[in-house]
Design a protein around this ligand. Structure first.
Ligand code: BV8
Ligand code: ZN
Length: 242
């Protein structure tokens, strides 16, 4: 199927559906200048994820982990939503039952205006106290290393889900509800490597949703979805609404 006929088919579905769920990954933010994790210039290329994005790494060397997050915060502080993020805000306005599940911690969906959203891996501008558990927003760039809790002076960590850590049960519950009730699932800019997000496509497919993948390249899931369209999110997503 050519991408133009696939886009036409998907556009028709989106024009009539009353239940749309969207799953996004780092690829939707690539066009805002945010490096992806596993691409050519991927964030992970210089380090192994376990070295930095894990509770063990933070316990072993909180300074190194905060150096990395401080670098990402400085990078993200100047990044803006792109037409793909903004088109999803318009789709949320048009579709009664809309839910966006993002793996991204870059805050670009909230700043674009998306309301009905689960940030299942957390948000880079939120910090959590390792002592009292308080979660606050901290937009200091740079952030003082090592940051302390203003309530109990405990060590603050990024409020981000690391490898080996469980996702927030509320986020999971809401995500599975959105995956089980949607008529259409749009999967945009994710390599489909990280669990449990990697299992979300099959969950929606199992209950009969029309599943579309928009990605720069084919992924291991491309032959399992109804339409797989290759291209840049900033170019493809705006074409889905007339
Ligand atoms: C958990 C925080 C319970 C760090 C991240 C089976 C079941 C359950 C768990 C596991 C399992 N198998 C293994 C596990 C453990 C692990 C896991 O999945 N490991 C993987 C590596 C195999 N999962 C967990 O630990 C999760 N916890 O399940 O708890 C549990 C616990 C222990 C043991 C069992 C169960 C927690 C996962 C969360 C990890 N945290 N981030 C940080 O961000 O600082 S993951 C990290 O990868 C990011 O959050 C990122 O969002 C995520 C996924 O990456 P993508 O978004 O897909 O980005 P990527 O670069 O990979 O791909 C970009 C895509 O975009 C590419 O396809 C590219 O082609 C495309 N693209 C590029 N440019 C464009 C584009 N597309 C369109 N337009 C463009 N312009
Ligand atoms: Zn505290």
């Amino acid at each position: 199927m050519t991408s133009s006929s696939a886009i036409r088919e998907l556009k028709e579905k989106l024009a009539t559906t009353t239940a749309l769920t969207v799953l996004t990954g780092a690829g939707i933010s690539a066009d805002s200048g945010v490096p992806t994790f596993r691409g050519a210039e991927g964030l992970w290329n210089n380090f192994r994820p376990e070295e930095l994005a894990s509770p063990e790494a933070f316990a072993r060397n909180p300074h190194l982990v905060w150096e990395w997050y401080n670098w990402r915060r400085e990078l993200l502080a100047t990044k803006k939503p792109n037409p793909a993020h903004l088109t999803l805000v318009e789709l949320e306005r048009r579709v009664d039952n809309f839910w966006l599940i993002t793996q991204n911690v870059d805050d670009l969906h909230p700043s674009a205006g998306t309301q009905r959203l689960s940030e299942i891996h957390g948000n880079i501008w939120k910090v959590r106290c390792t002592q009292c558990g308080q979660v606050t927003v901290n937009r200091d760039v740079p952030i003082a290393i090592l940051p302390e809790c203003s309530t109990c002076r405990g060590l603050l960590r990024p409020h981000i889900v690391w490898f080996g850590e469980s996702l927030d049960p509320e986020d999971l519950q809401k995500s599975f509800e959105a995956l089980r009730t949607c008529e259409v699932l749009l999967i945009i800019g994710t390599s489909g490597v990280v669990y449990p997000a990697a299992s979300f496509g099959p969950v929606a497919k199992d209950h009969g949703a029309f599943v579309a993948e928009l990605n720069l390249d084919p992924t291991p899931r491309s032959d399992l979805v109804d339409v797989a369209i290759q291209g840049r999110a900033k170019d493809l997503v705006p074409q889905l609404i007339s």
